[in-house]
Structure formats: C-alpha cells, structure tokens
Design a protein around this ligand. Structure first.
Ligand code: PBG
Length: 324
C-alpha cells in the first residue's frame, strides 16, 4: 500500500523515533543521589523482621542495622533517615530526650563503624508517646509550646549522638526556630534542618503507623497536620519555615501532592524534598503482588513524576530497590 504523507508542519514524533534520541531530549532523571532511604530501628538483638504492611521493609535492632548500613553503602546509598521505636512508651515520650534513647544509641553505633553514612533523624514524639500523638497532651490537646521544649532537646540530643541532619515532623508552630536556637547554643550551628514544612493529615501514613505503633489512641492529627484540601496554606507554612531558618523544605506525602511540590518550587530557593510515604509504597507492592502492575516500571515512573514536579530530594522506601 502507498504511504499517505501529508505536509504537517509540526511532527513531535521525530524526537521519539528511537531510544537514543529519546534519551537525548529527556528532561528529567532520577539520580541515585536524589534519594534518602528510611530505616526503622527498635530494641532487640539480631533483629530483622519484615513489617507486615510494608513488604521489603524491616525492623532492625541497633546491632543488625549495621549489616544493612554496610549493604546500603556498597550500593552507593549513603543517606538514611532513622525512625526509632522505643521499648517503653510513656505520656511524655521520655525516650526522645534520653542519651540512651533508641535513635541516640543506634546513631552512635552506626557512626563509630560507618562514619561515611549520612544520618538524618525524624524529630517528633509520636513514636515515643503511649497516646501516639506528636506532642505533650494538656487538657486533651497537643500543647504546642510545651512540645517545643521537648523537640528542641530531642534535636540537640540527636546531634550529640552523631546525627548529621535533623528532620522535625511534628507540625508544631515555631518548631524550626526553637530547634535552630537549641542546636546553635549547643555548638551545632553546622547541623542542617530539613523541615517537614507542609505535612498533610493523610491516610497514606497508615502502614507507617503500624510499623512504629503510633496510631493516635484518641482523636486524630488534624489539629496540627494540614488539611489535604489546602494549597495556599502550604505556601504559608513554607514561608514561615524559611524565615525560621530551615535548610531544606519537605512536602509530604508526595504522589497525591505533586501540585504542592510544584507550587512550592516556584516560591522557594531552598532544596525541596518530597516524602514518598508508606501508603504510596505499599499500594504499589500490593498491586504488584497481585500481578496487576509491573512493579519496577510503576516505581520508576512514580519517582520520576515526583522529580518532574520539582522535588530535588526524594525520601522513599523504594530507594534501595531503585539503586540495586
Ligand atoms: C511522624 C512521621 C510520620 C511519618 C513520618 N514521620 C507519621 C505520621 O505523621 O503519622 C510517615 C511516613 C510514612 O508514612 O511513610 N513522626
């Protein structure tokens, strides 16, 4: 059959002809160096137990985590964010400020063996309180200003244990300023703060809360985490955190909030991080387990979309598989 050829002026398909030209005009790329891998640590010996709702993600103990750190370094992944689950949780999350706290002990272990691993810590109270809220409860509410004192002590205590960067995630007003002051006074002026600046009250955290047993025992987090319906409010939160001295701004979750990432990128000159959270990870894993999607391709497309939206840094449970 004779080929039909009209005189179309524009033919974008020219640049999609083969892989070579497609790679040449590719605008976005996820680099291994864009990624931060989260790790969960709890008390115990030789522990490596898979988290039921997060296939491929494990609870480690302060000793067994060293093997994982070694494996990550071999893969070229030299940044992790640590989440601790203490043995005992109480009303005021005492483990948070103890120099023998789970994160503090683990950080010392890791740094003594693998100083080249860049350690970031989640600074928040929900993993440590028996009520599962992100702060100190007074009159049935998380009391903002009382909580700030704890967050400041937690950040300083983490830095003293060797943590390289702190990541406050509690959404308390003024937390960045107070933590910056605390770090500076304790001679950690060089320790950066990555602020969970726009953190939404999201159902996508479900699997994580199973992992750290932090589901609130009463109420929810809507008094401090943001309403998913709001985007201008995210810009306000970002402005405040920049003014308070944040070094990196984080948006969380990522997938359902790509518009927020993009808007924040337009107004903020700091590096933008996005947290590809537990629910986003587990949905992909579950669908792949059923054979409904191609896991690696969907994973790569998701990470790409987060980068394309404007994130410079992606925190993701997929990081290890991505670089493997
Ligand atoms: C709070 C914190 C949470 C996550 C990271 N830091 C949970 C929450 O706010 O309930 C969620 C991460 C995820 O879902 O992967 N310390």
């Amino acid at each position: 059959m004779k080929k039909q050829q009209s005189n179309l002026p524009f033919r974008p398909r020219r640049l999609r002809k083969n892989d070579s030209i497609r790679r040449l005009v590719r605008e976005t790329q996820v680099r291994n160096d864009d990624l931060i891998y989260p790790l969960f640590v709890r008390d115990g010996k030789n522990l490596k137990s898979e988290i039921l709702s997060m296939p491929g993600v494990y609870h480690f103990s302060p000793d067994s985590i060293l093997h994982e750190i070694e494996a990550l370094l071999k893969l070229g992944l030299d940044r992790t964010i640590l989440f601790g689950i203490p043995n005992k949780k109480d009303e005021i999350g005492s483990d948070v400020i103890s120099e023998n706290g789970i994160v503090q002990r683990t950080a010392k272990e890791i740094k003594s063996r693998f100083p080249e691993m860049y350690l970031i810590s989640d600074v928040c109270m929900c993993e440590y309180t028996n009520h599962g809220h992100c702060g100190i409860i007074i009159d049935n509410e998380v009391h903002n200003d009382t909580t700030l004192t704890y967050l400041q002590k937690q950040a300083v205590s983490h830095a003293q244990a060797g943590i390289d960067m702190v990541a406050p995630s509690g959404m308390m007003d003024g937390m960045i300023e107070v933590i910056r002051e605390g770090l500076d006074d304790a001679e950690f002026a060089g320790t950066p703060i990555m602020s969970y600046a726009a953190k939404y009250s999201s159902a996508f955290y479900g699997p994580f809360r199973d992992a750290v047993e932090s589901t609130p025992q009463f109420g929810d987090r809507k008094q401090y985490q943001m309403d998913p319906a709001n985007s201008r409010e995210a810009l306000k939160e970002v402005d405040l955190d920049m003014a308070e001295g944040a070094d990196i701004i984080m948006i969380k979750p990522a997938m359902a909030y790509l518009d927020i990432i993009s808007q924040v990128k337009d107004i903020c000159a700091l590096p933008i991080a996005a947290y590809n959270v537990s629910g986003e990870y587990s949905m992909v894993k579950a669908a792949a387990e059923k054979g409904w999607i191609d896991e690696a391709k969907v994973r790569d497309e998701l990470l790409l979309s987060i980068k394309r939206a404007g994130a410079d840094i992606i925190i993701s449970y997929f990081a290890k598989e991505f670089v493997s």
